[in-house]
Design a protein around this ligand. Structure first.
Ligand SMILES: Nc1ncnc2c1ncn2[C@@H]1O[C@H](COP(=O)(O)OP(=O)(O)OP(=O)(O)O)[C@@H](O)[C@H]1O
Ligand SMILES: [Mg+2]
Length: 452
């Protein structure tokens, strides 16, 4: 933080000591959202360039939610988060705006800069929330900056990361910041459907194309027209469909199943995969040309193991969320619980952490969250874990072993796998070497239909 105040005779911008006495660091904007005046304290905090008369607000302050944040701030009166880089330091603060109106005429706004939540140098552990993703990790923050940049383009993005690392949240963020945000966002999980169904879900079908096709169906590409289509688990698309998908991406037209004429579509593709597509290409399971078409911009989400500093603060945040609707108030973790949480392998990543916190919140009592409140797998002896090696994810389910036929898995085993995977069915099925559908069926038969 600079310590010397700007000279009162700064001239440009117009400084407003009286306003400062009332409200601290304040910017006054004109009707075009440009800085027209600033209090000395705002000048001090943001630096001279930011408060120069005529600077558009987004140049003076980087709003965490980009243009959406700007709209929320100025048109919906919401408090939003802003980051300012001044004098080699990062300042994070909450900002609010009050509209200045004369009758129906908008004269401008008064923007109040709140107290700083963090003020630390670059590469430090200041926290950041980006479209529902919280972190202190420098790698995650770099990723957010890339997302902001890429969102302004039309390039295809491939998001890679283990289960529960936030791939879908990144896809949502890309859409929300992009020019397409007013258009639809559609997501389709390519692993969840058999090939025949996947084709018609993606490209649509015409009436009579197959038994049961009683009417035309547009398919996800057309439903996402003008917006973004999120192809989740894109590595699972069968080879025969990959060629068709490539054709759609190259020609910007779809031919519905059973149809003849191509229909133009204007869709931005964000795809996600938990396994390296390059390896799938090497194994002959994925077309190289499609991989290059999809991963124009590859984004890598680090696992929770690779950003352990996020574990306890995230756990605390999830607890705070639970406390808003629950009656238990947890003040702290016991040293044992902290140790277990910090050393856990987190195969289900942030989703698993959230589920573990929900479990511990419900199971335990009183103001301290003890190790005994954590799910059973935390107290079971664990094989030595190599933190650098992610959970193995076999491409196709291994053949059922004679001692453990997949159809005969007992419910306790299913539930244990589900707990280990942090409630994530895809991950649990992967661990058991059965399909997600089989897992679902088995759980249902056992009278347990967990939410994801
Ligand atoms: N950085 C984060 N901060 C807060 N919550 C997060 C974060 N990352 C993920 N989550 C939580 O984890 C959940 C899972 O995220 P998401 O669905 O985006 O993961 P994913 O990578 O798509 O997982 P999968 O591969 O299993 O589909 C989210 O609903 C959210 O609650
Ligand atoms: Mg997902």
């Amino acid at each position: 933080m600079p310590t010397s105040r700007p000279p009162p005779s700064a001239g440009s911008p117009l400084v407003l000591p009286a306003l400062e006495a009332l409200a601290g660091p304040v910017l006054v904007l004109d009707a075009q959202q440009r800085v027209s005046a600033a209090t000395p304290e705002a000048h001090e905090r943001l630096g001279a360039t930011a408060v120069r008369t005529g600077t558009p607000l987004p140049e003076a302050l980087a709003l965490t939610e980009g243009t959406r944040g700007l709209e929320a701030l100025l048109h919906h009166g919401r408090q939003v988060e802003a980051t300012v880089r001044a004098g080699g330091q990062v300042h994070v603060m909450q900002v609010r705006a009050l509209a200045l109106e004369q009758g129906a005429r908008r004269l401008g706004w008064v923007v109040l800069l709140g107290a700083e939540t963090e003020a630390e140098g670059p590469g430090d552990s200041a926290e950041e929330t980006f479209h529902g993703m919280w972190t202190r990790d420098a790698g995650m923050k770099r990723l957010f900056r890339i997302v902001e940049k890429v969102a302004r383009t039309e390039s295809s993005v491939l998001v890679r990361g283990e289960s529960g690392t936030g791939k879908e949240l990144v896809a949502n963020a890309l859409h929300a910041i992009s020019e397409r945000r007013k258009g639809p966002f559609r997501a389709i999980n390519c692993a969840a459907l058999p090939p025949s169904l996947l084709e018609s879900e993606l490209f649509g079908h015409v009436r009579g194309a197959f038994t049961g096709a009683v009417r035309d169906s547009p398919g996800h590409f057309r439903l996402a027209d003008g917006g973004t289509l999120f192809l989740d688990e894109v590595g699972e698309i069968p080879l025969e469909l990959q060629g068709k998908l490539l054709r759609v991406l190259e020609t910007h037209t779809v031919i519905p199943v059973g149809g003849r004429s191509p229909v133009p579509v204007n869709v931005r593709i964000v795809a996600a995969t938990h396994r390296p597509l390059r390896r799938e290409v090497e194994a002959g399971r994925f077309r190289a040309d499609l991989m290059y078409r999809l991963r124009v911009v590859p984004l890598f989400l680090p696992s929770l193991r690779e950003r352990r500093g996020d574990v306890l603060p995230l756990a605390r945040r999830f607890l705070d969320e639970l406390q808003q609707s629950g009656t238990r108030h947890v003040e702290r973790f016991s040293p044992g619980a902290r140790r277990l949480l910090e050393s856990h392998g987190w195969p289900g990543n942030v989703r698993e952490l959230r589920n573990v916190m929900e479990y511990a919140y419900v199971i335990g009592e009183g103001p301290v969250l003890h190790e005994a409140d954590l799910p059973p797998e935390f107290s079971e002896p664990r094989p030595p874990e190599n933190p650098a090696v992610p959970v193995p994810a076999p491409r196709s389910p291994p053949p059922p072993s004679p001692s453990l036929p997949s159809e005969n898995l007992d419910p306790a085993e299913l539930k244990a796998a589900l707990a280990r995977a942090g409630g994530n069915r895809t991950e649990a099925a992967r661990m058991l070497g059965i399909s997600r559908v089989t897992l679902w069926r088995r759980l249902k038969a056992a009278g347990n239909t967990p939410k994801r």
